[in-house]
Structure formats: structure tokens, C-alpha cells
Design a protein around this ligand. Structure first.
Ligand code: PLP
Length: 428
């Protein structure tokens, strides 16, 4: 029934590695062929065979307004009339930096880049340049893009030296990346005690989104802030997912913890390639051309992406935006939890604002280790069942699902109904 997608996948595999331009799109974790998408609008997307789905991937986070909002499309088309790239500064880049600063006051100065990977990579180079220290600390299961030194797997213990998580990452590079379990303040403390004078920065997703959604325990982010301050390392919040998602001011507004540097992406570009890093003025002043930390980009501050970002932020500033997202997502989470309970399928649903993950485990999920107790085969069956019911979820247990402003109570209820049906089948 997905003939066209199958054909396209076979054709893609001949010229594109794995048939996809980003690995998780390939459905490897859930089995089957990826759906090729032909178009999307609002809360829906359509595959190449013409099937319609309610979408909870939202392009992995950017589509908080839903797909292809008219106002954003018009802003992009208007901008395109004046040229699509100049390689010279524009007034609208200032407007976007000002808007980011107004939303996230800790970002006193902002540099626009084109992807989340570029933002985190650049922020960490800056942290190393600023502190003169070589090492960085991240959480096991934290994902910050695909720069060499960030592709480091979980180590076996708080201060374990990193090992390459990808072929092609030199061991020397990986060794400067230390990892600790998420939510384990004692482990972070021990790591700082041992390596504090070597650590340039701690980079963390304030709410983890890439091991599935995992919420910070009370006091965790505050504790990390204190550790960084005590040891002279920079605290970097990777808000590529959470920025403009959990609140207009991101996770830092929601939790009241202020990092030294912040990375933004996804929503900021309104569906076009745009990201940013920024923070304390004294740190950002070290970025070239003012300072000695080099970072550049041909398409940085691209006018179409800036126009999409500015319009998206303007629409998010409308009153009631985050209340609406909260209500819709709570309705979905409650319905899914009930459905699993009724079916007798053990699940742990983690949600904050409009991001959530249903883990197929009876355990409390607080870090990567506990996330990995999930029954991924069962998740695969759930995913396939939901797809057959016309619901498009992220094709991996360890990802976040997103509710957008284009979802309605009716669509949420239809999703819950589908889940009831699928979960009943899983229990059998
Ligand atoms: N940081 C986080 C928290 C992410 O979730 C991602 C991507 O999913 C990135 C960084 C990398 O962003 P990009 O895929 O735009 O390079």
C-alpha cells in the first residue's frame, strides 16, 4: 500500500547513503521502509502514495506553528523577491538578534548560523577559547549535533574518558569529552572535582530530548549552574529543541536557571536552516572579528531563514500560545497514559509543555540508562500500528514527539482513539 514510497526508497538507496539525508529518517529502529513525504500543511502530512497522517514529528521540532503556516510562507516569499543571499549584513539580522535577546535575556550577544550542529560546535570552540581549557562535559545520551567531539557515547562512570561513538572520530578528540549520567548531580560533582581545572564547559539539554524526553529533577539544573560557577567552566544550555518550545524564553525561563551560553535552532528558523549561539557579552566578544575565536558562514543569517524566523517568533508572541500548547499536550498525554493503563501495557510517559515521549517500560525514566530499559521491539509495533491508523510518530523510541498549534482537540482525540486500538493489540 506504500508502493510509491517503496519505489522511491529503492531509487534513493542507489544514490544517497541509506536512502536518506539524516539517519533516523530511515526507519531502521522500527523496521519497514521510510515514507516519502510529498507535502504537509497544519498538523498533517501526506506521503507519496497520497495517505494522510496526523504528524507528531513536526520535522523534529521546528514546526511549532504546524506545517507551512500561511504567514511564514508569505514572509519567505516576500524576502525572496529581494534576493536569497547577499553575504553582507542586513537590517533584519539585527532585528532577529534583538528578538532573540528580548526572548532570552541571557543572550546578550547573538551569532546566527545555519544548523544546530554549527551552533553547539561554535559555542564549544568559544568556551575553549575563552577559558583556555581543553575539555568538555556532556550527559550520557545527550545529543548536540554531529561535531566530532560531541559524538561520544556513555562512559562507564562519572569521570570516564570518552570513547569515539562514531568511526572517523580521532581518539584524541573523543578523550577531551567527558560524560556523566543525566540527572546525577553527584556524578557531575565528582567529575568536576577530578577535572574541574581542565573543563571549559558543560553542555546540556536542560530537558533531554534525544534519549526520549527526560525531565530534569528538581535542583539538578541549579546544581549544575553552581558547579560551573565554582570551577570556572561555562554552562551551555543546548536549547535547540527547548528554545521557544517550552516557553517563549525556553527552558531557562521555565526553570529560572541562567546559562553562560545558549544554543538555539529548529523553531528559530521557522522551518528554514537557521540556528544561533549567544550569551554573556564578555564571552561573545571573543568571537571573530572582535576576538580571536574564529567562526564564519557563507549562508549565516540567510535572508529567507531570517524572515521565516522573525515571522515565527512574532506569531509565537501572540497571547495564549503556550497555554494552548500546554492544554493540547496534556490532553494527549493523559489520553495516552489512560489507553496504556487500560490495555495493561507498561509505559512511562514523560512530558513537559508540548514535548513528550511514551517509553515502553515500567521503570521511572530519569537518564539514558533507564530510558534504555524500554522495550524497543514493542515500540516498533506501536509505531507501525499508529502509522497504519494514520498517525506519524518519530520512528525511534528515543525521540521526542511534538504537539503544534495546528493540532486540535479533535485530532488529539482521534490520536488517542488510534492508540487505544493499537495498544489493545500490543497487550494481546
Ligand atoms: N542539539 C539538539 C538538542 C538537537 O536535538 C539537535 C538536533 O536534533 C542538534 C543540537 C543538532 O541540530 P541540527 O540537526 O540542526 O544540526
Amino acid at each position: 500500500m506504500n508502493e510509491r514510497s517503496r519505489e522511491l526508497y529503492a531509487r534513493a538507496c542507489k544514490v544517497i547513503p541509506g536512502g536518506v539525508n539524516s539517519p533516523v529518517r530511515a526507519f531502521r529502529a522500527v523496521g519497514g521502509n521510510p515514507l516519502f513525504v510529498s507535502r504537509a500543511k497544519g498538523a498533517h502530512l501526506w506521503d507519496a502514495d497520497g495517505h494522510e497522517y496526523i504528524d507528531y514529528v513536526g520535522s523534529w521540532g521546528p514546526c511549532i506553528l504546524g506545517h507551512a503556516p500561511d504567514e511564514v510562507r508569505e514572509a519567505i516569499m516576500d524576502a525572496a523577491k529581494h534576493g536569497s543571499t547577499f553575504g553582507a549584513p542586513t537590517e533584519r539580522e539585527i532585528e532577529l538578534a534583538e528578538a532573540v535577546h528580548a526572548a532570552v535575556p541571557s543572550m546578550a550577544k547573538v551569532r546566527l548560523v545555519s544548523s544546530g550542529t554549527e551552533a553547539t560546535m561554535s559555542a564549544l570552540r568559544l568556551a575553549r577559547g575563552f577559558t583556555g581549557r581543553p575539555r568538555i562535559l556532556k550527559a550520557d545520551g545527550g545529543y548536540h549535533g554531529h561535531a566530532d567531539f560531541l559524538l561520544v557515547k556513555a562512559g562507564s562512570g562519572a569521570a570516564t574518558l570518552g570513547i569515539p561513538g562514531s568511526a572517523g572520530v580521532p581518539e584524541g578528540t573523543a578523550q577531551d569529552t567527558l560524560t556523566v549520567p543525566y540527572n546525577d548531580l553527584a556524578a557531575a560533582r565528582a567529575c568536576f572535582e577530578l577535572n574541574g581545572s581542565q573543563l571549559a564547559a558543560l553542555i546540556i539539554e536542560p530537558v533531554a530530548g534525544n534519549m526520549g524526553v527526560v525531565l530534569p529533577r528538581p535542583g539538578y539544573l541549579e546544581g549544575l549552574r553552581q558547579l560551573c560557577t565554582k570551577h570556572g567552566a561555562l554552562l551551555i544550555f543546548d536549547e535547540v529543541i527547548t528554545g521557544f518550545r517550552l516557553a517563549y524564553g525556553g527552558a531557562q525561563a521555565r526553570f529560572g536557571v541562567t546559562p553562560d551560553l545558549t544554543c538555539l535552532g529548529k523553531i528559530l528558523g521557522g522551518g528554514l536552516p537557521l540556528a544561533a549561539y549567544g550569551g554573556r557579552a564578555d564571552v561573545m566578544d571573543r568571537v571573530a572579528p572582535d576576538g580571536d575565536v574564529y567562526q564564519a558562514g557563507t549562508l549565516s543569517g540567510n535572508p529567507l531563514a531570517v524572515a521565516a524566523g522573525l515571522k515565527t517568533l512574532e506569531l509565537l508572541r501572540r497571547p495564549g500560545t503556550y497555554e494552548k500548547l500546554e492544554a493540547l499536550a496534556a490532553r494527549l498525554a493523559d489520553g495516552l497514559t489512560q489507553a496504556a493503563h487500560t490495555a495493561g501495557v507498561p509505559t512511562y510517559l514523560a512530558r513537559i509543555g508540548s514535548m513528550m515521549t511514551t517509553f515502553f517500560t515500567g521503570a521511572d525514566v530519569r537518564d539514558y540508562q533507564s530510558a534504555k530499559t524500554a522495550d524497543t521491539a514493542r515500540f516498533g509495533r506501536y509505531f507501525t500500528g499508529m502509522l497504519q491508523q494514520g498517525v506519524y510518530l518519530a520512528p525511534s523510541q528515543f525521540e521526542a514527539g511534538f504537539v503544534s498549534l495546528a493540532h486540535t482537540e479533535k485530532l488529539i482525540d482521534r490520536t488517542i482513539e488510534a492508540a487505544r486500538e493499537v495498544l489493545r493489540g500490543l497487550a494481546a
